[in-house]
Design a protein around this ligand. Sequence first.
Ligand code: GLN
Ligand code: ZN
Length: 768
Amino acid sequence: MQTHNLGYPRIGNQRQLKKASEQYWSGKIDLDELKLVARTLKEDNWQTQLDTGIDLIPCNDFSFYDQMLDMSLMLGVIPERYSPVLTQVKGNLELDLYFAMARGYQKDGLDITAMEMTKWLDTNYHYIVPEFTAKQQFKIFSEKVFGEYNAAKQALGEKAKPVLIGPVSYLLLGKEKEQGFERIDHIKDLIPVYVEIINRLKQQGAEWIQFDEPTLALDLSKKEKEAFDYAYRAIANRVSGVKLLVATYFEALLDNTALAVNLPVSALHIDLVRAPEQLDEVLALIPANLQLSLGVVDGRNVWKNDYEKSLGLINKAVEKLGADRVFIAPSCSLLHSPIDLEFETAIDPEIKNWMAFAKQKLIEVSELKQIAEGNHDLLRLNKEAAESRRTSQKVHKQAVKDRVAAITEADATRNSAFPVRQQLHHERFNLPAFPTTTIGSFPQTDDIRQLRARLKKGELTIAQYEKAIEDATVEVIRWQEEIGLDVLVHGEFERNDMVEYFGEQLDGYLFTKNGWVQSYGSRCVKPPVIYGDISRPADMTVRWITFAAQQTNKPMKGMLTGPVTILQWSFVRDDQPRDVTTNQIALAIRDEVAALEKAGIGIIQIDEAAIREGLPLRKAKQPHYLDWAVKAFRITASGVEDKTQIHTHMCYSEFNNIIEHIAAMDADVITIETSRSQMELLHAFAHFEYPNEIGPGVYDIHSPRVPATDEMVSLLTKAAELLPAQNLWVNPDCGLKTRKWPETKAALINMVSAARQAREQISVEGIV
Ligand code: GLN
Ligand code: ZN
């Protein structure tokens, strides 16, 4: 039996890569210094992995920005617009070109946009999307993988295993930049370059090469399946003497199982954390020569492995295949997990004993092999930890479980249907047509952030801190009144982050000091950890919202984060289904909604920014997810009286396949992102005849650009052609937290005058 790893976090245990890259970008260090940081990180990571006793250790999993971008550079897939960078820029061309593709280029009289970024399957990691043209050429451009393999070979000898994105997933996860071709048809031109790469690595001494093919576990068309078959047959026909391992993860192979096990490669990796049930089918179909890599240690979460469970899977595979055909591994690259639990000195030791970060996960892989070979002491310790977690009072709160079990359909349903509520809202708030509002946050300036930092350091008392936040809140309220917004917000100055702020006040959450995970490029996030049953010991937002409401006669929106978004942006429990955890959060938020209503707040927004992100990769699983996710939202929103107006907000623009579920949320008002698509996405709402009120974002807050009034009037005109004008609100497309004040002020002033013009120019039935 052998062990291997698919990828290790590259940011460094103190986020060294983030710091060095940002210093390089701002000219504070030179390329040699940046490269030195990178080399040290790689060598440290290899040493760490050697120390854990892993047999095959990845290389080329390091990246200065993103592994997909590395592939694009390696294969010469460099969009035409970067050719001036290629020809004009001197010096260390390759990395400058690379960063230009990642981040855009505004120097030397050039102004070139960055490549598009999107989420890596269902993770919160973002990759740079390859751009293909009809006549796309492929040729080796970057030599990075060869250099990395050489260095790894020196450090690791024959244990070094280069990692690449496989050819089919590389194409499928990219996009066509012009019409008239399908990118998958490029497979024939791409394979010769892969063959060349494999042969060179082989000449350098590589024994194993890992190809990540996550798309092999997705819904594939016939043509895509054929591409897999073609690609690996074409490679097998042209290379020999080097072993290929194809890695799948995040889903079960399902209907692609026969295809996958029959690829002419040496080993197949499957994710048995996400989909343990696929092992039987794989073992039933596996041909005599294929080795199987069992991904039994969760690469995407922070919990200790349950050895007994993993051993059940390992033993089953060993029985069928023999130990020498079995690999033990994490489920996927450890890129998605924090690095080292040893740095967490403040976590309750009882809970810490249930956890494992990347380094600990490799030790687990190594221990599983030792146990499978007969070392039973290790198993006993693991069982004790599992038992402590299963029974701990810190995790299990009977009252919370009982309450979730008792949820009824009535808890998830408003008292009256929307038309009845709408009438009550018109009477209560008496808003004009095209009412104006914002999404919640106003610019989080350095001054505001400093306040929190100083409070933490003890330089400010709580009273001083709260006074400063109150001042900022009053100021933003005065300003909203002054420019004539209709429904005001308090600005969210007291919040660090829309999930963390709630997590900190809920029981069942813990926070790490250093649990950073790469989100994209140099950006890292530190998701909070849900370890136990969730409950709400006290009001969370009432103090700030009521303070804000007292400052004005205009309606003040209460502002909450929804249960699915809280779940989605946290590390979650693996000892109960996600929907159960979500329902616990939903009840806590429901209580907060009730508390706000009781305090006299008439309009409450429950943000579900991430509901779409949680959508399972496989279509067959999506309806079930949408059912419970939507119901969780409704649980939060349905404990109020009809006269209370519930808003929700979503920051994405793809609603086509989920519109009926969005409608089923039954929010009185939904605000969405539409401005970049010129209201195009409203077609989904129009086609569905979406019945409730809707605020299609009239300007893009993701850029500092100030939109002109006319521009927004014409967007509203478009919107009014598609949807009943009396249902339309006027708002930006997301919160303003990341913007600066000058552009925010200018844009909102224009937005309010756009709404005024719309009231004059567009006829609105039904409003008196
Ligand atoms: N209320 C939040 C804000 O304005 C919503 C943010 C979001 O949708 N990501 O910041
Ligand atoms: Zn948003």
